[in-house]
Design a protein around this ligand. Structure first.
Ligand SMILES: CC(C)(COP(=O)(O)OP(=O)(O)OC[C@H]1O[C@@H](n2cnc3c(N)ncnc32)[C@H](O)[C@@H]1OP(=O)(O)O)[C@@H](O)C(=O)NCCC(=O)NCCS
Length: 182
């Protein structure tokens, strides 16, 4: 597997990235509009605060990860998608490690992300998060393979929650990881 900066991809590979975004997020209400995934991919090269990295096997795109330069010392991870036919082969972990190295090289300390539970992958789905939202977040458990648990395995820890972000009982789970020494 090769890990490459987005700038090195061909137009065909960038189109593949858009397809992967659509297919990896098929169970989320994301990238449903025509051209939405292509527009997101375009931002990696045109919007100054955005950047991305891809995983390749030869010329074949396996997945991609994006970053957003938001704070002086923290960056957001968004988006991360691995081609569904290549899940559970270490591609997501390799992409995340590459983003961590890049963000650390930018002089930042921490990566944060939001991962929505809008399909019922965690024990928080469908439940009232009020009161004591943070206590409920601390007891979160998987119900159906949510990426929250992928990120937790890679060292990201829950740092907050946006209640009802996507509707009642459909929170956005906020996670973060320190990627460089202060
Ligand atoms: C989440 C995603 C990026 C994971 O990519 P992947 O290439 O399948 O993950 P990896 O093979 O690198 O997995 C790394 C570790 O996490 C584990 N893991 C992967 N997906 C997991 C999940 N959904 N729940 C719990 N653990 C998971 C793997 O078993 C592996 O553990 P191991 O090191 O003990 O073997 C991929 O499933 C995906 O693209 N999903 C759809 C899009 C998405 O949800 N993106 C994130 C939105 S915030």
């Amino acid at each position: 597997m090769d890990i490459v900066a987005f700038e090195h991809l061909t137009a065909v590979q960038r189109a593949e990235c858009a397809r992967i975004l659509r297919e990896a997020f098929a169970h989320f209400p994301a990238y449903d509009e025509e051209g939405e995934a292509e527009a997101e991919v375009e931002t990696f090269l045109t919007v100054p605060e955005r950047f991305a990295i891809a995983a390749l096997d030869g010329d074949t795109v396996l997945g991609l990860i994006g970053g957003i330069d938001t704070y002086s010392h923290a960056a957001e991870l968004h988006p991360l998608a691995v081609d569904p036919v290549h899940h559970r082969k270490g591609v997501g972990a390799a992409l995340t490690a590459a983003l961590e190295a890049r963000v650390a090289a930018m002089g930042k300390l921490t990566i944060y992300l939001g991962t929505d539970d809008e399909f019922g992958g965690t024990s928080l789905f469908g439940a009232d998060i009020f009161p004591d939202a943070l206590a409920k977040l601390a007891t979160i458990a998987p119900t159906d393979g949510h990426p929250f648990f992928f990120y937790r395995k890679l060292g990201y820890e829950p740092v907050g929650v946006v209640p009802d972000a996507n509707g009642y009982g459909k929170p956005d789970l906020l996670m973060a990881k320190r990627v460089a020494r202060p």
